[in-house]
Design a binder for this molecule. Sequence first.
Ligand SMILES: Nc1ncnc2c1ncn2[C@@H]1O[C@H](COP(=O)(O)OP(=O)(O)OP(=O)(O)O)[C@@H](O)[C@H]1O
Ligand SMILES: Nc1nc2c(c(=O)[nH]1)N=C(CO)CN2
Length: 168
Amino acid sequence: MLHQALIALGSNIEPKVDHLRNAIQAFKAAEGIQVTAVSSVYETVPRGYADQDNFYNMVLQIETDLDPETLLAFCQSIETMEKRVRLFKNGPRTIDVDILLVDDLTLTDPDLLVPHPRMHERGFVLIPTAEIAGDWEVPGFEGATIADLTAALPQVERDDVRISDRQL
Ligand SMILES: Nc1ncnc2c1ncn2[C@@H]1O[C@H](COP(=O)(O)OP(=O)(O)OP(=O)(O)O)[C@@H](O)[C@H]1O
Ligand SMILES: Nc1nc2c(c(=O)[nH]1)N=C(CO)CN2
C-alpha cells in the first residue's frame, strides 16, 4: 500500500547542513521512497535544553510503500549513518529524523507514536510543515490542519523559528 508521510529533520552539531543534506540524499536514494516536497531550512532556538547551539530544522513529504515500522527503521539508520550519539534527552545531535504523520493514521506503539506526540506545540516542526503540507489534517485534533495548529502557536514559538536562505 502506498503511504504519504511527513518527516522532520533537525541538526545542531556542525556541519549541520551536511547532516541534513546527507539525510535528504538517503531518502532520495532509498528504494520504495519518493521525496515529493522539501521545505526551506529554518534556524531555530533550542527547546527542552537551552544551553546548546541553534538547530537547523526542515520537513520532507514522502510517498512510500514501506510500512510505518520499516520507515522508522530507515529513519533510525540515517541517525546511525550520521553518527548520532544520545548524550541526554533533548541534547545536541548531528541529526534527528522523526516521523510526524502517516496518512490519517494514529499509531500508539511507544516505539512509533503517530502523530508525533509533541508536533502540535513545536514551532520548529509546524512552521516548516505548514510550508509544504498546510492542508494536512492532524488526527486527534478535531479536524485541525497543520495550518490551523501553526496559527494557534504562541508568539514565542514563531519568534524562535527563522527561515534561512539555504536551499537543500
Ligand atoms: N513518530 C516517531 N518518530 C520517531 N521516533 C519515534 C516516534 N514515536 C516514537 N519514537 C521513538 O522515540 C525514540 C527516539 O527518541 P529520541 O531519542 O530520538 O528522542 P528525541 O529526538 O530526543 O526527542 P523527540 O522525540 O521529542 O524529538 C525511539 O525509540 C523511537 O522508537
Ligand atoms: N529548536 C529545536 N529544539 C529541539 C529540537 C529541534 O529539532 N529543534 N529537538 C529536540 C528533541 O527532539 C529538542 N529541542
